[in-house]
Ligand binder design. Structure first.
Ligand SMILES: NC(=O)c1ccc[n+]([C@@H]2O[C@H](COP(=O)([O-])OP(=O)(O)OC[C@H]3O[C@@H](n4cnc5c(N)ncnc54)[C@H](O)[C@@H]3O)[C@@H](O)[C@H]2O)c1
Length: 488
């Protein structure tokens, strides 16, 4: 992509890119970062003279994207998909791009050890943290972590890479950087701190103390729906760019939101000027978004996929799914939240409005992936609330039952489901080792890293999920949702 070949109405960088300073290393140059944090930085550079630039890094996966970015002078486009039409913007804030394997992990570590680096931000998916979703702590026996314990100077995991980069900074007398997670986990800063300090503590107690004293791990709540890029998306982007191909291009919904805990040890961009909210405590916002948006997304993804709905907007064509999703948000998720002064009914309606966007084509299959990493924060924390308060959680029970049905790997028409999950082997063993029905539910609920120790022992929880599961087997997803809605 050459910037001077682009025609209006595509917005192109109007700032002097050579004046940008690479102050942020971002790990996880995937769809989301390109359409979210990088857009905020681009707005700041365009409208407020900010000189904060990025070094984009992929550690595992995404090699081609890094190659594409390098091949087009670090430029790529973000297109906003509104039902009424699309608009594009070329993002110019990336200054460098590295892939760990081909560029070498030392190059990545040196980039992170540059004196100007103030922030290392991350979007590496929940599984990239090598943590136990049920406890939020490091899985020390994870193969990547085992590798990094044995080879601290040549790490493979994100945590190992950050620990080693911090070691270099400490040894060179440089200031530490802030580590900012932008992944969908509750208290994502806390989880990041746990895994980084957990690994550092095993490797070098002095280093762990230095990190604890010098590094901050702000939590963030991030929101913008960015579906995985498809060949159709790229074709549409080419049209928008007047025939120019942009293999690093990405498309997303128009909405964007970012709430950031204002806790940075080495400076930060003035993100508030681009619409971010800098607050003292992000947790209430994170929980609101994780439970109402992501929780209803997962509910729609499993029940939608099983019903043959390929996209979230297809689910929105079925009135029962809309009613169920709204009920889940307002009756089973909202009561568990600590947010104050937010109109949750209006928030639920705005989410349903976003889900209806026919241009978005967000695949239920994509949202359904990595369920073992997502269920705890999206559904199970709320279930615990209802068990403690003796309140109703029928939608959550059906959502969990639909996940169990989904990971059974055979859909309602007898066709195989391509289940993608870091615990796939464990899931397969549990599915293959249990007969269909009540025993299958029991087997899946025994997964301690997801459900913890107490939930599978709770008779109310087990019977609610089992009843929903048996009903799903008997009547299918559409009818189960219809019956659920009749009971409201
Ligand atoms: N896409 C969205 O709509 C959206 C919205 C809000 C938050 N998020 C967050 O962003 C994350 C990434 O989403 P995406 O759409 O960019 O996905 P993606 O598949 O496009 O990108 C995934 C990124 O994670 C990296 N990665 C994967 N496994 C890794 C590992 N084990 N170690 C290190 N890096 C690893 C890859 O290199 C890649 O850069 C999500 O999991 C979620 O936490 C996404």
């Amino acid at each position: 992509m050459k910037q001077n070949l682009l025609q209006a109405p595509v917005a192109v960088p109007t700032y002097d890119r050579s004046k940008l300073v690479t102050r942020i290393v971002h790990l996880g140059f995937g769809a989301f970062h390109r359409a979210h944090q990088a857009v905020y930085a681009d707005i700041l550079a365009t409208e407020h003279g900010s000189d904060w630039g990025y070094c984009e890094v992929n550690l595992i996966g995404g090699e081609q994207l890094i190659k594409d970015l390098k091949a087009q002078d670090m430029l790529y486009s973000v297109s906003e998909m509104a039902a009424e039409g699309w608009s594009s913007r070329v993002i110019g804030v990336a200054r460098r791009a590295l892939y760990a394997e081909s560029d070498g992990i030392n190059t990545v570590l040196e980039a992170m050890a540059q004196p100007e680096i103030a922030i290392v931000s991350i979007t590496i998916t929940e599984k990239g943290y090598c943590y136990q979703p049920a406890t939020g702590t490091l899985i020390t026996e994870h193969p990547l972590i085992q590798h990094d314990i044995a080879n601290p100077a040549a790490p493979k995991s994100a945590a190992g890479t950050i620990v080693q980069a911090l070691r270099l900074r400490r040894d060179r007398g440089l200031k530490a950087f802030t580590v900012m997670s932008c992944d969908n986990m509750p208290e994502n800063g806390h989880v990041t701190r746990n895994v980084i300090l957990g690994l550092a503590r095993i490797q070098d107690a002095d280093l762990a103390d230095w990190i604890a004293a010098n590094v901050s791990f702000p939590s963030t709540m991030v929101d913008r729906i960015v579906p995985a890029v498809t060949p159709e998306t790229l074709e549409k982007i080419t049209q928008l760019l007047g025939g120019i191909q942009d293999p690093a291009g990405v498309a997303c919904e128009p909405f964007r939101q970012w709430v950031i805990e204002d806790n940075f040890v080495n400076g930060r961009p003035e993100w508030e000027k681009a619409g971010a909210e800098l607050v003292n405590d992000v947790l209430p916002f994170e929980e609101m978004k994780l439970r109402m948006l992501n929780g209803s997304h997962s509910f729609l993804a499993y029940l939608g996929y099983l019903a043959g709905y390929q996209h979230i907007n297809d689910c929105m064509q079925d009135d029962n799914y809309v009613i169920a999703a709204r009920h889940l948000m307002l009756n089973e998720q909202a009561p568990t939240l600590r947010t104050q002064g937010v109109d949750l009914a209006a928030y639920a309606d705005s989410l349903l409005h976003r889900y209806r966007n026919t241009a978005l084509k967000h695949r239920t299959w994509q949202i359904a992936m990595d369920g073992t990493q997502k269920l705890p924060q999206r559904m199970l924390d709320s279930v615990r609330y209802h068990l403690a308060h003796n309140s109703n959680f029928d939608c959550l029970a059906l959502g969990i039952a639909a996940w169990i049905r989904y990971v059974g790997s055979v859909d309602e028409q007898g066709q195989p489901i391509d289940v993608s999950d870091p615990l796939l082997e464990q899931l397969k063993a549990l599915v293959n080792g249990s007969p269909q029905g009540t025993e299958r539910v029991k087997a899946l609920l025994s997964l301690e890293t997801v459900f913890g120790k107490e939930l599978p022992q709770n008779p109310r929880f087990v019977s609610a999920v089992t009843d929903a599961y048996l009903n799903l087997l008997k009547n299918g997803a559409r009818e189960s949702v219809a019956q659920l809605v009749k009971g409201f």
